[in-house]
Design a protein around this ligand. Sequence first.
Ligand code: SF4
Length: 210
Amino acid sequence: MVSYLKNYKVVYPYKKNLYINLTNRCPVKCSYCIKYRWDWQFRGYNLFLPKEPSYEEIISELNKYMKKNQLKEVVFCGYGEPLLRANIVKKVALWVKKNFPNIIVRINTNGLSNITKKNVLKELQFLVDVVSVSLNAHDSKTYNKLHETKIKQPFKKILQFIRDCKKYIPKVIITTIRHPEIDINKVKNIAKKLKVKFRTRKYLTKYEPR
Ligand code: SF4
């Protein structure tokens, strides 16, 4: 475990984007999650956080990379669910919009974190340009087979989250990994019915270095 504690990344560049790793926590355990298979590493970065980063720490890390001209997006996405720290997402997104208005702000989420008392999406309106929701199933039965969670009726709740996103966020995307048990066309149809974008992602198995 000691090696996990060294050189961990709160902010990491990947392709033309900067990714912000906010937490290890997640309200769901996906059977295919690479954080377990890849031992918390992601293409050469250690994403295991010994403690959750503060706003100041995130801004200081972001500042190391933000001046790069070719930067396209700042993405809240690590080895945990970013919306579990919605207040920090809001503050950091506000900082990005104030200082770098041309950079797109995206959240990658499992769609299971709006199940709290307050509507986090409403608070993120005008600060977040894109929400990408990992649906990773074409129906409830498949979702329950591939994911462990204490949340009741998760698939239904994710679909509701997607509908809620449309009210506040300009671009909403449903994504799925290309997994043998997931019917990609059916997921695509769900996206079509909900009038949101659709994208597939690679089903990652063996560790892939940078
Ligand atoms: S939601 Fe993401 S981080 Fe959480 S278990 Fe699933 S794949 Fe892993």
